[in-house]
Design a protein around this ligand. Structure first.
Ligand code: NI
Length: 252
């Protein structure tokens, strides 16, 4: 059995959510954690937890939403988290400097506020960090009681080791299957004990379906690649990454 620890599931991307869930189960992906990271997707994903078993959520405002979010929205976020036991973390939250740094201070402020919320509610965080490693680590260090998942990790071994030393798990997705990726070197060194699996669907589909619409049902391709890199059985990858996810997000 597998857990997809990070995906996005919306009618904007998928015509038939029933079919997505059915195909996930056929591929042994029995549990998924949807990331609701905009105001609309949070509402939509909460709705999905009322319709389906095996769906959990992390919710939090993505750094790209920084200009939309007020303190009122943060209060609403807290209420939403408190009122739904399937919400198991805060995220994806973090820093994204890929499209410029004009709003860097606002991003940091929003990130800190949501880290503080996770600390207050004793929940793990799901971190989005793009072209912002140093600042991300700096802010995580301000919250030593918070742990979480470094979502869609694609950095250096040195960076991975810093996150691990702070209690974070490394989220490995489709990028590890890409020919031009060096992520296998990180996987080789950190081992399956520090990894959780994710698709980030509908984005970043793994080889051999690269370029297509991604879905949680493709998690086994990522697990197979990791088993190949580490020369361990795919069953062991499934077992340990599932245990890691259950522990980190305290899944019931
Ligand atoms: Ni995502």
């Amino acid at each position: 059995m597998y857990i997809d620890t990070h995906c996005h599931l919306s009618v904007e991307d998928y015509d038939d959510i029933d079919l997505v869930i059915k195909e996930n189960k056929e591929n042994k992906v029995n549990r998924i954690i949807i990331s609701g990271c905009t105001k609309d997707s949070i509402i939509e994903s909460i709705d999905l937890t009322n319709k389906y078993e095996g769906i959990y959520l992390t919710i939090g405002y993505h750094p790209s939403e920084v200009n939309e979010i007020t303190d009122k929205d943060l209060e609403l976020l807290e209420e939403q988290i408190k009122s739904n036991s399937r919400i198991v973390g805060v995220g994806e939250i973090g820093l994204d400097y890929h499209y410029g740094k004009e709003d860097i201070e606002l991003q940091k402020e929003l990130f800190r506020k949501q880290m503080a919320l996770a600390e207050k509610l004793h929940l793990p965080v799901v971190i989005h960090s793009r072209d912002a490693t140093e600042d991300t680590i700096g802010i995580l260090k301000e919250f030593p009681n918070v742990i979480g998942d470094i979502h869609c990790f694609s950095g250096s071994l040195e960076t991975a080791k810093i996150y691990i030393s702070m209690g974070y798990k490394i989220g490995i997705g489709g990028v590890v299957t890409f020919k031009n990726s060096n992520l296998y070197k990180v996987v080789e060194e950190i081992g399956v004990e520090n990894i959780i699996l994710e698709t980030d669907a509908p984005y970043l589909a793994p080889v051999p379906v690269r370029g297509k619409q991604n879905s949680s049902k493709y998690i086994p391709y990522i697990a197979e690649k990791i088993s190949e890199i580490l020369s361990i059985s795919v069953e062991k990858v499934a077992k340990i990454t599932t245990e890691n996810a259950i522990t980190l997000f305290d899944l019931k």
